[in-house]
Design a protein around this ligand. Sequence first.
Ligand code: FAD
Length: 392
Amino acid sequence: MIHIIGGGLQGCFFAIALMEQSRIPRDRIRLYDPADNLLDRWLKQSAACGMTHLRSNSSHSIHYDFNHLRCYARDRGVDLWDSPEFALPYHRPSIGLFNDHAAMCIERYGLEELHVRTSVDAMKGSGAISVGGEELEGIALYAGGFQHGGPNFPGWARDLAISGVPIRHVFGSALPGSAPRPPSTGKTRRRREIIVGGGISALQYAIKSAGENRRPLMVTRRELEIYRFDFDPCFIGPKCRPRLEQQERQRGPQGRMDLVLSGRLSGTVPGEIHDQFMDLVKSRRAELIVAGEDLAGEVTRRAGETGAEVILCTGFRRPTATDWGIAGLDGEGMISGYPRIGSELKIGRRMFLTGASAMYRLGPAAPNLIGAHLAWRVINAEIAAEYSLMTA
Ligand SMILES: Cc1cc2nc3c(=O)[nH]c(=O)nc-3n(C[C@H](O)[C@H](O)[C@H](O)COP(=O)(O)OP(=O)(O)OC[C@H]3O[C@@H](n4cnc5c(N)ncnc54)[C@H](O)[C@@H]3O)c2cc1C
């Protein structure tokens, strides 16, 4: 059995790739995730921040074929170059199109039938996993995502909640002590929202809020920073990858990991979304304050003056070595909270890693959709070989 741990975008990607490219029979694959439905986290979070289009382009989906999403759209009569389903110039698919395509893939490959609704407690280098006290032999593939550190709550936000201001994280619940959400005051004058953060989720949320007539106030520490991706794409190709090896040689594993983490560009925003938000600011349908070091003070003052709810779009905390909630990932040691793994992306003989858990080796793109392709290229032959040996 091939045990895929995690039923998110990457877990589904691997289930499909294993069936289609490695010809692994469907009934030899399991997808473990405690959520009721596959892609649960993705669907909830992209809806919570009002995401309209993906940040990645239309080559990326849960199917390993880079053309699959575009063919799906074309077969449904969507014009690839002149349709709101694709945001130009980078051809980013709409969230509706992306999710419809994902749902079609889940249906077509029968992935929900492989879904075991439980957490995996431990993995071993032998490929065995522990689930509810039972040990299951096989090949383990860890695709548990990048959010083990949980939503990032700045310390001052906790104080603000305790002082009775309504405050919540865009991807989480209200902070302890937070006042309940203030009621809307009617159709035309909706309650205001104060949005903290200047990355893509903050801007998408602000655009949604402005569309609901709430005149959002965004408070950021620094000027908005435009960047096409949330990672440095140079590390995908031959230009920058050697720098990782060089750092490792010169400064050891910590040097490599520091360079990987510096290539994560969280808190940046693609140009089109930036321009869309700034148009709202110019037409006074939204407001932007760059507060610098006084961010906490500014938010506190504005919350006091307006009675608005504060929405934290402050991303996720980096996981510590103990946050992952599954035993076995530290087999080769941990570094800055991430597993330290070799170029074969495995621990022991049959425990393979993808996504954020493989970031030390794959570089800053690992947690994203492109990261699934990077990992697949490395591990597909090895998994197929181990599977043949196991079933011989
Ligand atoms: C708002 C938003 C927009 C984004 N836009 C893009 C984009 O345009 N392009 C892009 O490439 N990326 C984007 N990302 C990043 C995106 O989330 C990741 O690319 C993608 O979701 C990662 O997929 P994943 O399967 O690794 O992780 P997740 O989607 O986090 O799924 C991991 C799953 O593993 C499960 N799990 C964890 N531990 C265990 C365990 N022990 N046992 C069983 N199950 C477990 C979790 O329950 C979860 O369901 C975006 C992220 C957000 C929040």
